[in-house]
Design a protein around this ligand. Structure first.
Ligand SMILES: [Cu+2]
Length: 376
């Protein structure tokens, strides 16, 4: 037996998930307030437990001493001090917290800011870059931002189903993703690298495997990444296998529209027959046959591969699947073996995932995997 569990767990390695190792302005503001509150409450704790210890020792019952301790009734001074001092402390904590709250919430958005729309799904993240015509999943790429005014990323968050919560502790506090509502947050990570987090609001069976990866790129890396994500790959279909090249009348840049003219062919036997008849090579494991099989399965009603007949929006966009390090929101590394296992039965990797096992033949699964591996 393979070791599905061991293989499917991504070692987090270096990236920290501590709110104290902040790497972005909103996170450092939150972290500073936490330290401030902890310091004040810590001092109160020390003072109170010190006084308590002193009283316990100083006024402990001594052998043979049966006398009543002095009885004190009312003291305006003491009562005033234990009323006014706590009120002052609370006012200070309140004002400090409110200041941070507003400075993070009302931060002005510079013209240079990058916009990303985040859509929470059970159990994965959709990231859209409206200015770039880029759609990806689970792994957010943003540029490094030397100062908050340099090139921060402003996120608009919403949900396709239930409530989720976006939380990358090193970058910012939590922000919920609510259906029919758009929340906003921003980050300005100062250091390139990988920052991890996860959905912080229980959203169903696979909530625990709804992980988040934020790649902070240098400006050059980011441009390179965007340029690659913007690529559309219609060539495969166009130069494909005769007949079905005509089945892609859609422009190469058209990503977002669900097609209706696509006949979804679900019976493996029939597909195999068709495949056999048209190619005379249905056993062949190649990207070309793989694409043919993929495009004749229900995959295309849930997934988009830009420039092909696959225009589904229910699952992650697969146009540049292989540019991601993980699949299924961090549940498994993105490699041939795991992809094959995933499309054979997603539940092996992520029980309760909303992608159904497609019950294709082993050959078909291998063919589709060969195709997926070309989606760079
Ligand atoms: Cu969630």
């Amino acid at each position: 037996m393979a070791t599905p569990v061991a293989a499917s767990v991504i070692a987090w390695g270096a990236p920290s998930t501590s709110t104290f190792s902040h790497a972005s302005t909103p996170a450092s503001e939150v972290s500073n307030v936490s330290v401030f509150v902890l310091t004040i409450t810590g001092l109160i704790f020390l003072a109170m437990s010190g006084l308590l210890t002193y009283a316990l020792v100083r006024f402990r019952g001594r052998k043979g001493d049966m006398s009543e301790p002095a009885q004190v009734f009312g003291s305006v001074q003491i009562e005033l001090s234990w009323t006014i001092i706590p009120i002052l402390i609370i006012v200070v904590l309140f004002l400090t917290t409110a200041r941070v709250l507003f400075s993070v919430q009302d931060a002005p958005k510079p013209a240079s800011a990058l916009d990303v729309t985040v859509v929470g799904h059970q159990f994965w993240w959709e990231f859209r870059y409206p200015k770039y015509n880029v759609v990806t999943a689970n792994e957010l790429h943003v540029p490094v931002s030397a100062t908050a005014a340099d090139r921060p990323t402003f996120l608009k968050l919403t949900s396709a189903d239930v409530i989720h919560s976006f939380w990358v502790p090193q970058l910012a506090g939590k922000t919920d993703l609510l259906p029919n509502r758009v929340n906003e947050m921003w980050i300005d990570p100062g250091q390139p690298g990988l920052y991890v987090g996860q959905c912080a609001q229980f959203c169903g069976a696979e909530h625990a495997k709804m992980l988040l990866r934020v790649y902070v790129d240098t400006p050059e890396q980011f441009q390179e990444w965007i340029a690659n994500q913007e690529k559309r790959e219609p060539e495969l279909t166009a130069q494909g296998t005769g007949e079905e090249s005509g089945a892609n009348p859609r422009g190469a840049r058209n990503v977002a529209h669900a097609g209706t003219q696509v006949a979804v062919q679900n019976s493996p036997a029939t597909v195999e027959d068709m495949s056999l008849a048209r190619h005379g090579k249905s056993e062949e494991i190649s990207q070309e046959v793989g694409q043919y099989v993929f495009e004749h399965q229900a995959c295309i009603s849930c997934h988009t591969v830009a420039g092909t007949v696959a225009t589904g929006r229910y699952g992650p966009d697969l146009t540049h699947l292989m540019s991601r390090a993980t699949i299924a929101a961090g549940a498994a590394p993105n490699a041939q073996e795991q992809l094959l296992r995933w499309i054979t039965d997603p539940n092996q990797i992520k029980p309760g995932s909303l992608m159904p096992a497609m019950h294709l033949t082993d050959t078909q699964n291998e063919q589709i995997t060969a195709y997926l591996l070309t989606l760079k």
